[in-house]
Design a protein around this ligand. Structure first.
Ligand SMILES: Nc1ncnc2c1ncn2[C@@H]1O[C@H](COP(=O)(O)OP(=O)(O)O)[C@@H](O)[C@H]1O
Ligand SMILES: [Mg+2]
Length: 329
């Protein structure tokens, strides 16, 4: 799924597949995803729990551990395929060029270490020779950038609220000014008000640094307010990618339609659509379209042939047989 007339892609993911080995067969967690992340943009990766978002993030960073494995694909960062790099080359690149705020990051801060030490570790691992004073100044600057008061420097994680811990994780992610940040459900564990504030901080920081960002989440409504484009994921596949306005005005894939109908609307007081969750066994996806078992528009073709993503409007890509022959209405 590529767009012409766009800024250059900083990150390009091609046919990435990540499977988990289980006694009953491989779980096809990420089963051939393609997308590009453009310079300076925020791309939302949205889909319900278990659809493979976190696995995709780990696959991009080459952090997949057994029983998981990368089966195939390319992850091109500024044209360089990360799958070709050695572990030591990858270590240099993580945090410095490509950083991940993993799901649940704020709960995995080291409880025995003060905030300044945790940030310092990230800086030290990559920038040997930085003076103590420079490092301290940099940490204070980072705290300020993410909206934390100076006193947090000397505090332990347990002395901080959830929102503050999440800000520390953001500070660590930007400490080495990476080109790309992947934030996995970074606001999901926070309450609604804090969620918004932290998300805004993330975007402000992103703007001021000019980094490109992938925001992973399951809340389509929240995502719509944060990102430039949305990639909708279902059972290991990206079924649609489009600009936020396009996808909200005319979602093309039946699953995107379902997700958007389930966003609560204050104006309309519509009853919420109940989403069922992925219905097939992830070890044995049905042949043909991945969404066929839940799709209200399912046709014979969908049970036999996998739909290929195609651009139905500028920048709007959808993998659905309903669009294969006909033009978008
Ligand atoms: N260690 C594992 N072993 C087996 N299956 C796993 C493992 N980790 C994740 N999975 C499976 O991979 C799929 C994708 O999981 P995940 O990437 O965590 O989804 P998401 O982040 O979208 O909730 C799910 O079906 C999940 O059960
Ligand atoms: Mg996840």
């Amino acid at each position: 799924m590529s767009d012409q007339n766009r800024k250059p892609a900083v990150l390009e993911v091609k046919d990435l597949r990540v499977y988990y080995e289980t006694p009953a067969g491989d779980v096809l967690a990420v089963n051939g995803i393609d997308f590009q992340l453009y310079q300076g943009e925020t791309l939302g990766l949205v889909g319900e729990s278990g659809c493979g978002k976190s696995t995709a993030a780990m696959g991009i960073l080459q952090l997949v551990v057994p029983p998981g494995r990368i089966v195939s694909g390319q992850v091109l960062l500024e044209g360089q395929n990360l799958l070709d790099l050695t572990e030591s080359e990858l270590r240099k690149l993580r945090w410095a060029k490509l950083s991940l705020i993993p799901q649940g990051a704020m709960n995995s801060l080291n409880p025995t270490m003060k905030v300044n030490r945790q940030i310092q570790d990230v800086i030290d691992a990559h920038r040997r020779g930085t003076s103590k004073q420079e490092t301290q100044d940099r940490i204070l600057q980072l705290l300020q950038m993410v909206g934390l008061p100076e006193r947090v420097y000397h505090m332990y994680p347990h002395q901080l609220s959830g929102g503050m811990k999440q800000r520390v994780c953001i500070a660590m992610a930007i400490a080495l000014s990476p080109q790309v940040i992947i934030a996995d459900e970074s606001t999901s564990a926070l309450d609604v008000v804090v969620q918004r504030v932290v998300a805004q901080t993330m975007l402000r920081v992103k703007e001021s640094l000019g980094v490109s960002m992938i925001m992973i989440g399951h809340d389509m409504g929240l995502m719509a307010q944060m990102v430039d484009r949305i990639a909708v994921m279902y059972a290991g596949k990206i079924v649609e990618i489009a600009f936020v306005k396009e996808i909200f005005d005319h979602p093309a894939h039946p699953y995107s339609q379902l997700l958007i109908e389930s966003v609560p609307s204050l104006k309309e007081h519509k009853p919420l659509k109940v989403t069922e969750g992925i219905t097939h066994d992830p070890r044995h996806p049905p042949p043909g379209c991945i969404f066929q078992l839940r799709c209200p528009l399912v046709m014979d073709q969908c049970r036999q042939q996998e739909p290929v993503a195609q651009e139905i409007r500028p920048g709007q890509w959808v993998a659905c047989h309903a669009y294969q022959a006909s033009e978008a209405k």
